[in-house]
Design a protein around this ligand. Structure first.
Ligand SMILES: [Zn+2]
Length: 411
C-alpha cells in the first residue's frame, strides 16, 4: 500500500480515522522491521501525540513491542532516547492452507508470516470436496493443539486455492485440474472452524506473500508459478490484481507453438509444453511429475545435456508467453517460482533471452527476470499474507473494533 494513501480518504469519522492510523503505523513497523516513534512520525505524517497513542494501543493489543534497544540519537532530537519498536511475534497467529493439485500444505504463522509449524496432506484419490474440507479443518485443529496455541490467538485463515476463485464469496468456481466445480470453500471452512476465512487463487496468494514479505519495488510486475498448471499474479503498486472475475493472470492457457490438447478444452496451451506434467512427459520420467521435474533439475546440475536442453526449451516457451504479457503490461520484473526455477540460470536465462527476442524493440531487455523469494514455502507464506492482510493489517480488523470487547483475544 502507498503509505500515504489512507490520507486521501475523506471524510473520516473519528473511529474510522483511529482504525486507519493503527493500520498505517502497524504496516510501517512491519515493513521497517524495527523503528522508533520519530521515524513513525516522519513516515506516516501523524503528529507525535497521535503516534504515542497509537503505539500504546498497538502494544496493548500485543501487535507491537519495544525491543529493549533505543534509537541512535540524532542532532535534532531532544528529550529522552526513543525506544525501538518491532512486531510482537509472541501472541497473534494466522493459519495458512495452500491447496495444490497433488497435495495440501497447512501452516501456522506469526505477524511476519514466518512458518512456525506446518504439515503436508497428500491428495487422496476419489475424495469429494467436502471430504477434503473436513480433513483440512481437522488438520488445522490438530496443528493448533500440537503447538499449544489457544484458539483465541488465531486471527483467521488464509487459503490459496486451485482454480478460479470468486473474490466475493470465496468459493471455487472451477478447478479443472482437480475436477471441482462451484464449491463454496470459504463458507464450508468457516462452518467447520471458529475463525474467519479468506480465499484467493493460490498463485495470487503467493504474489501477495512476495509483495508483503520480500517486497516488489517495481510498479508493475508479474509473479509466475510453474506447477501442475502455470498461473500468475499480476502486481501493480504492490497490489495483486483480481481481474473482473477473480481470474486475472491465467497464463497457462496462452497459446504457444507446439502446444497440445489441454485439459481446458483448447489446443496449444502453454501448460501442455511447460507445466510439470509436460516436463515429466518430455523427460520420459515416470511417477509423480513434481519428483520428475526435481530429477530433471538435478540431472541438469550434474551436467546432463538432455536435461539442460529440456530446461532451456521450457524456459524459451515460457519466455515467449511472457513476451506477450510484457507487450500488454510493461512489467519491470518477472518473478518465477516452481521447482523448475530451482535450476537457476539454466532456466531463467533462456526465459529472459526468449523474452528479449520476442518483444517489440527488445523492450523485454528492461525486464528483470528473477527467482521468487520463498521457494517451496511460497504457497503457505502467501496464504498467511492473505490472512494477515484481511484480518490484521486492515482497518476493518476486529482487533481495532473499539467496543467489541477484548475477551475475544485476550489471554
Ligand atoms: Zn488450456
Amino acid at each position: 500500500m502507498n503509505p500515504g494513501a489512507w490520507l486521501t480518504v475523506a471524510p473520516l469519522n473519528a473511529v474510522t480515522a483511529a482504525r486507519q492510523n493503527r493500520t498505517a503505523v502497524l504496516e510501517t513497523v512491519q515493513r521497517a522491521g524495527s523503528v522508533a516513534r520519530p521515524n513513525l512520525v516522519e513516515v506516516t505524517g501523524l503528529t507525535p501525540g497521535t503516534i504515542s497513542n497509537v503505539v500504546r494501543d498497538l502494544i496493548e493489543l500485543r501487535l507491537v513491542r519495544a525491543t529493549g534497544e533505543v534509537a541512535p540519537r540524532r542532532k535534532a532530537m531532544a528529550g529522552a532516547p526513543s525506544p525501538m519498536l518491532a512486531l510482537d511475534g509472541s501472541w497473534h497467529r494466522v493459519l495458512s492452507v495452500h491447496q495444490g493439485v497433488s497435495r495440501i500444505l497447512i501452516g501456522g504463522h506469526d505477524l511476519e508470516g514466518r512458518v512456525l509449524a506446518s504439515k503436508e496432506l497428500p491428495a487422496v484419490r476419489g475424495e469429494t470436496p467436502d471430504d477434503v474440507i473436513t480433513r483440512v479443518a481437522g488438520a488445522l485443529r490438530k496443528l493448533i493443539a500440537d503447538e499449544g496455541w489457544s484458539g483465541r490467538q488465531v486471527r483467521g485463515i488464509g487459503v490459496g486455492a486451485v482454480g478460479l476463485v470468486d473474490p466475493e464469496t470465496g468459493g471455487i468456481r472451477a478447478a479443472p485440474n482437480i475436477g471441482w466445480v462451484e464449491v463454496p470453500l470459504r463458507e464450508r471452512l468457516e462452518a467447520s472452524l471458529d475463525w474467519p476465512v479468506a480465499v484467493r487463487n493460490n498463485v495470487h496468494a503467493m504474489a501477495i506473500g512476495e509483495c508483503r514479505f520480500a517486497g516488489v519495488p517495481e510498479r508493475q510486475a508479474v509473479y509466475v508459478y510453474v506447477g501442475t498448471g502455470i498461473g500468475s499474479g499480476i502486481i501493480a503498486d504492490s497490489q495483486v490484481q483480481r481481474g473482473a472475475h477473480g481470474a486475472a493472470g491465467e497464463l497457462g492457457h496462452l497459446l504457444v507453438p507446439g502446444g497440445a490438447r489441454c485439459s481446458c478444452g483448447k489446443t496449444g496451451c502453454l501448460e501442455t509444453v511447460a507445466a510439470e506434467p509436460a516436463i515429466a512427459r518430455r523427460a520420459e520420467i515416470q511417477g509423480p511429475p513434481k519428483a520428475a521435474v526435481a530429477q530433471v533439475v538435478q540431472r541438469a546440475a550434474e551436467g546432463d545435456e538432455t536435461a539442460r536442453t529440456l530446461l532451456r526449451e521450457v524456459g524459451e516457451s515460457l519466455g515467449l508467453a511472457m513476451s506477450q504479457v510484457t507487450e500488454i503490461l510493461d512489467p519491470g520484473a518477472i518473478v518465477v517460482n516452481g521447482i523448475v526455477a530451482e535450476a537457476g540460470e539454466g532456466f531463467l536465462r533462456p526465459l529472459a533471452e526468449s523474452l528479449r527476442r520476442n518483444t517489440f524493440a527488445a523492450r523485454g531487455r528492461q525486464v528483470d527476470v528473477r527467482a521468487a523469494s520463498f521457494g517451496r514455502q511460497a504457497g503457505m507464506i502467501g496464504a498467511a499474507a492473505l490472512a494477515l492482510e484481511t484480518f490484521v493489517y486492515n482497518p476493518r480488523s476486529e482487533l481495532f473494533a473499539e467496543r467489541a470487547g477484548r475477551s475475544a483475544w485476550e489471554s
